[in-house]
Ligand binder design. Structure first.
Ligand code: ATP
Length: 249
């Protein structure tokens, strides 16, 4: 098996006549933490939309574990193992943290939970998966609390937990620390770093301290193109990157 979990080759996305992504080659190694950075409008969100199937590629291909998923529907991509973290707004606020995770482990989104669901449905595997994720999130002390009553930082960690619970091949996190205070940022940073040992994580992040601290690989984008890809130390010293960031790195 190749060590690359997710790969794009010559990926292009157009909005009308505007090239939002051009010729993007990305290679995300299995069980690594890979960040995508770049100034506003660089195409980071568009890249995530293309990977999840929210927008279609106009050119190039996307491969998950060597399998061409360029034309797969967004639902099929979820089934094949691409998980994008849920947003706080899509957690089921009245269910406990543990119940939210059990639903995610069953591959059921919170809105599907509106369909009558009996606790008895959950297999031992589902229960064990949810408990393992709770431990991973270090949220054992609030496992029975309704998700809606958790602090903002705990809810953001639960979002990541929901993605993990579905046992995906690749987890996409869109600015996981945005709007967080310093303590919550530290918790999220530790969580993502530790995930890299046995999960493949691709995340968009504006906080350079986090990017440089926990990434195995950094992809820098600008104006819809990949500028550089490599380990943090190499990226930080790249003259083109320094120019793009005007020294704010
Ligand atoms: P930010 O850091 O500000 O979120 P980004 O790197 O995520 O930026 P994108 O949101 O992917 O960048 O946008 C890339 C470019 O595509 C921008 O110039 C944006 O204005 C444009 N764009 C995004 N969505 C659309 C759309 N639906 N239609 C037309 N242009 C779009």
């Amino acid at each position: 098996m190749s060590e690359i979990a997710l790969q794009t080759r010559g990926l292009g996305v157009r909005y009308g006549s505007f090239d939002a992504l051009s010729e993007v080659d990305l290679a995300v190694k299995r069980n690594s933490v890979h960040s995508v950075i770049g100034p506003n409008g660089a195409g980071k969100t568009t890249l995530f939309h293309a990977l999840t199937g929210t927008v279609s590629a106009n050119s190039g291909r996307i491969e998950l574990e060597g399998r061409d998923i360029t034309r797969a529907s967004d639902d099929d991509r979820v089934r094949l193992g691409i998980a994008r973290s849920f947003q706080v707004t899509s957690l089921f606020p009245e269910l406990s943290l543990r119940e939210n995770l059990r639903l995610a482990a069953q591959g059921r989104t919170p809105w599907q939970a509106l369909i009558p669901w009996r606790r008895a449905e959950a297999s031992t595997e589902i229960l064990e998966t949810a408990d393992a994720v709770i431990e991973r999130l270090s949220l054992q002390n609030v496992a029975t609390r309704p998700a809606g009553e958790l602090s903002h930082g705990q809810q953001r960690r639960l979002e990541v937990g929901m993605a993990i619970a579905a046992r995906p091949r690749v987890i996409l996190l869109d600015e996981p620390t945005s709007g967080m205070g310093i303590d919550d940022i530290d918790g999220m940073k530790t969580l993502i770093r530790d995930l890299g040992g046995d999960h493949t994580v691709l995340f968009i992040e504006h906080n350079m301290g986090i990017v440089m601290n926990i990434s195995d690989t950094v992809t820098v984008m600008r104006l819809g193109r990949k500028l550089v890809e490599g380990p943090p130390a190499q990226v930080r010293e790249d003259p083109e990157v320094k120019r793009a960031y005007l020294g704010n790195m």
